[in-house]
Design a protein around this ligand. Structure first.
Ligand SMILES: Nc1ncnc2c1ncn2[C@@H]1O[C@H](COP(=O)(O)OP(=O)(O)OP(=O)(O)O)[C@@H](O)[C@H]1O
Length: 349
């Protein structure tokens, strides 16, 4: 009764605090907010534009297109908070926007974070969330949340494998009997793919492009595996020799070449995880395979590339950008059952 009253007065929140996107789900209601993890500032002042409202979608539109007096900043890099103060402001804005009311109470919050973050980086998440208005804060590993969100039978005595490819990190885990058996993480994800495209365009086309253009190219033409019909597109940038704007035609084969390095690093993380696993569980993987989650899973042909290289079946979760958020929300609904899986900052996880 008391629990229901509390839930009505102040519903708890599940947050996927990502390098690229932040998703907030409300207990009993589902996903309430899904916005880029970006804030726009007056240069030099650290004041968020629009009286603190230039956050998320609005701020992302400004990335790379701002006049000199304005900068658009991401408070997280490679899955960890790099700007504590801005992360707190961003979280406060998102929590406030997602909840219709607060009634003065502080919600309990479950936050998904990369498995590889250090105790200091974890403390930064606890502090940011608390200062942004959260009450009790619990952290869950992204890979575990991804497994739960993808509906894998992680409580069964068999291996379930997930690879979550976000903007800043890729998390790989093999789970069984409700716990993680082996997990590995690399600080390489979609952002590194964008940077690889920027570098490729500079080296092979003498064309300077921004990371936003590179991300657009990756989504339009990028692939990890040969396509039935290869694609061609136009890209605009600045000629690195003459310093004048120029267009170039790029093919999906060329972009595959550009993406080879970061994709191989993610693949190696998957291979290493399988190698560290007991033979019985590896045998399960031959049947159950691996699920790809996170926005990076949307790269064309990634499931074929991974499946061919790893020798196991690979599938993409149905809504990979939201798998971690869904899993975190499920944990929130069953806080008692999953409490052992959380880090509450007191070391009893
Ligand atoms: N169609 C697509 N093709 C390739 N990449 C995509 C596509 N859609 C989104 N992405 C990439 O997915 C990444 C964002 O994914 P996601 O929102 O899961 O990351 P995140 O949770 O914010 O990051 P992290 O978990 O690393 O902190 C971006 O790098 C984006 O470019």
């Amino acid at each position: 009764m008391l629990h229901r009253l509390r839930q009505w007065l102040c519903p708890d929140l599940a947050i996927d605090l990502g390098t690229a996107n932040t998703i907030v789900a409300i207990q009993g209601e589902g996903i309430a907010l899904d916005e880029p993890s970006v804030v726009a500032l007056h240069k030099g002042s650290r004041k968020i534009l629009g009286k603190g409202t230039a956050v998320g979608k609005l701020a992302k539109q400004m990335l790379g297109r701002t006049p000199d007096s304005i900068i658009a900043v991401r408070p997280l890099k490679e899955g960890v908070i790099t700007d504590f103060e801005l992360c707190e402001s961003m979280l406060r804005y998102f929590i406030h926007k997602a909840r219709h009311h607060s009634r003065g109470l502080r919600p309990r919050v479950v936050i998904a974070v990369p498995g590889s973050i250090t105790p200091v980086e974890k403390r930064a998440v606890f502090n940011s969330a608390e200062r942004a208005g959260a009450g009790r804060v619990y952290l869950i590993e992204e890979s575990k949340a991804a497994g739960i969100g993808a509906g894998l039978p992680i409580s069964e005595p068999m291996a379930s494998m997930v690879c979550d490819i976000g903007g800043g990190t890729s998390e790989v885990a093999i789970m069984s009997l409700g716990d993680t058996v082996v997990s590995n993480s690399v600080r390489i994800g979609g952002d590194r793919c964008d940077e690889a495209i920027v570098e490729y365009m500079k080296q092979h086309f003498s064309l300077r492009i921004g990371v936003q253009t590179a991300e657009d190219l990756k989504m339009e033409l990028g692939s990890a595996y040969p396509l039935e019909q290869e694609l061609t597109g136009e890209v605009k940038g600045l000629d690195t020799i003459s310093s004048i704007p120029r267009k170039a035609i790029v093919t999906s084969e060329e972009l595959r070449d550009a993406l080879h390095g970061p994709l191989e690093a993610i693949l190696n993380c998957c291979k290493q995880t399988i190698e560290q696993c007991k033979p019985e569980l590896v045998a399960d993987l031959a049947d159950n395979g691996m699920v790809l989650t996170g926005g990076g899973a949307l790269l064309r042909g990634l499931e074929y590339y991974m499946s061919e290289q790893l020798g196991i079946p690979v599938r993409i979760d149905e809504d990979p950008l939201r798998t971690v958020a869904r899993g975190t929300a499920i944990c929130l609904e069953h806080l008692g059952q999953w409490r052992h899986a959380f880090d509450n900052g007191e070391g009893d996880f």
